[in-house]
Design a protein around this ligand. Sequence first.
Ligand code: SF4
Length: 475
Amino acid sequence: MDNEKQLIDLRNEQEVDHPEEACGIFGIWAPGTTVALHTYFALVSLQHRGQESAGMVLAQDKSLSLHKGQGLVTDVFQNSSLLHEIGQGAIGHVRYTSYKKSPLENSQPLLLQYKMGQLALAHNGNLINAEQLRRDLEARGSIFQSDIDLEVMAHLISRSNFETVETAVTEAAQRVQGGYAMVFLTQDKLLAIRDPNGLRPLCLGKIDQHYVVASESCALDAINAQFIREIRPGEGVIIDDKGLRSFQAAPAGRHSFCAFEFIYFARPDSNFYDHNVHAIRRVLGKKLAEESHVEADLVIGVPDSSISAAIGYAEACDLPYEMGLIKNRYLGRTFIKPSPEARTTAVRMKLNPIEHIVQGKRVILVDDSIVRGTTTKHIIRLLKEVGAKEVHVRITSPPYSFPCPYGIDTATRGELIAANNSIEEIRQTIQADSLHYLKQETLEDIFKKNNIPICSACFDADYPVRLPELTIEKG
Ligand code: SF4
């Protein structure tokens, strides 16, 4: 892969200008059923959360087996007879990562043998004190096989003196800090825990008399499971042949659900906190229109995540919503040499403007965020090349100015365009005719009115959990 360090991934050229999700997880305990097939369908529906690798661990006949590979879920499990096996339970994982960190050993779930038997685990998020814990564990003789922070959790559990896996998980959960949702599988139970601030999503569902957990409710819909509730901050659940039991794995902190799940990451058909993602995005678009009026002919959204907001924006200002950009969903992993032309080609392959729609028009372009500004600039150039008269950029979030330590791979503060430039400077850089970001007070008001407790640290550096040494320069 060394020579690939000089290359850019064609497939990721749009995503690199957005916050990048770290993973999706799923777990099921349903003895005597096709648990692997349920897990497969759930993972396919969570594919938007990570396309780098996919894996599952199946509990069958009192033993656990691991199946994982790089690529899409459908590729990893293509023609796999495993999917039709009957088992007791399963956990699954899809992973996002950059090509720099893609070896298979960094994919999940992890499967280990320890004094209490076999244990499989997978997570979504980031443990902000993982490095410190890892150094301590290595000093005490632990040998790590991967770079992923979840392995710290595995070592903490395996070194625990507690007699049951739930007490060992609880002890470990009280030592790690960060934003995470985790699933654990043993020969006789499924466990799931959520971080004390509820930063990363995790919901509970039921299929027939059996329980499942998933990052998003769209995974429950995929297997015809009924949504029960969100897992609460710091809560753990144990699911086994006796049913479901809840326990407090770590003391709950300030409830701070990642605002970007609503703004960008989650599928529009998912629900969190009794609110549909598409509906909230539509409100974001509507409010954005109300605070950023400009004369224009039509509204387009950057597919797919900004379509809902663009519809809301168009409704609010009584302009036509149009499909001005078409997304190619079938780009495989292709590395090309970086150059301005190559990047423009990459964006055009991923997002192509419809000339017939935008030619001669004053266009309002709705997007959810700008991280580095590179892709937005390319999209504006493409729109102008096919004849757009004006391109007015409207962003459904406040400026993304501070890095996320909770599992969202954005960039360093130095790379964030909003951290280092005024809005007018950003407008000039991306060559938009006008630029407006949703005001932070508007964003907060929308979530407050809907009783959704959010984290907004990447806009204001108000980190709900931070290490003493994590100092983020403001302003
Ligand atoms: S810092 Fe931003 S991206 Fe990270 S959890 Fe908070 S809202 Fe989400």
